[in-house]
Design a binder for this molecule. Sequence first.
Ligand code: PMP
Length: 398
Amino acid sequence: MSLFSAVEMAPRDPILGLNEAFNADTRPQKVNLGVGVYYNEAGRIPLLKAVELAEKARAEARAPRGYLPIEGIGTYDSAVQKLLFGADSDIIKSGRIITSQAVGGTGALKIGADYLKRLLPNAVVAISDPSWQNHRALFSAAGFPVQNYRYYDPIQQGVDVEGMLEDLRELPRQSIVVLHACCHNPTGVDLNTEQWQAILEVLKECNHVPFLDIAYQGFAEGIDEDAAAVRLFADSDMPFFVSSSFSKSFSLYGERVGALSIVAGSKEEAKRVLSQLKLVIRTNYSNPPTHGASVVDLVLNTPELNALWQEELGEMRDRIMRMRKLMVEQLAAKGAKKDFSFVVEQRGMFSYSGLSKEQVERLRDEFGIYAVASGRICVAALNLNNIDAVTDAIVQVL
Ligand code: PMP
């Protein structure tokens, strides 16, 4: 009898499973819209010029690879704060924020969740319905019960704000509420300023702990515009958490570059919080990796590289918007039996297309076009070479 003889096979990750099926498909015209990455016009993950230059400079400097501090590179952490809260932010000056480099946005959520479990062991965690599927898994794995608040309204293709407010009010006091700060994954549907304000009021009223997840800053309207929710919370005097990621905005997926920021009540409180967070990190992975964060650090803190990065980020954002518009135009021109104009209102890489599970299956089986069963498509995987085939196929499965 082996130690592992009774071990069950864990279910496959539905999105990674989709990639495996895509890779095994031999049809030459296949298109993968199930992915969660930005592809350029040539259908590839770009290596940004700003990243390339920073890597070259780093290689030439022959930087040694010693251990980093537990909270990562200090200049990286402060650059993250400026991006999130704004360069002139009062809250940064006050010293109430601490930021720690993290192993991607996922790692930031993980250390945040583990720390919260120590701080609020009996809390409930609430995530949007639907949400990025790892939100539930991560907070469950940290030991929290996880429930949904109403978010997406499929009839209006918008946010069910009344439902959301009601659900937030009904949570036990001091619940942890995970919010997508911009470019909601999977729906592409965000809250507007007024709605954010209303949510903030309820969170305050109920003493909930907001956990803002921002994985796509710069993909909707711009770096500052996309951080509006983070800055609204910063002005509120509430304590809150922010997990952020450079996977998409720097096209550095595999380098695992992210950060966790925590806003405390005072500078002195923030110091104590950081000391506790460091304990969590120390017993997880000791200290973070050097390469990706050094590259981002160099880009953000070198004016010319920073400007180049912002230009490249703008190109990615504009290309996504062009693909949204073209998709809507083509579907209308091809006589689609449904109005898709909502797709241009959605933000970020994803669109909840409204395609049913059956329609998604037909797209895959008959046309070699892969999407997530929920109907989520990655608009950033469309390009001028594949968009015709995609819109032709959608018209046929409707
Ligand atoms: N949060 C959301 C909402 C995401 O979509 C993602 C990435 N898919 C992450 C966090 C994690 O980002 P990372 O790849 O940097 O771990």
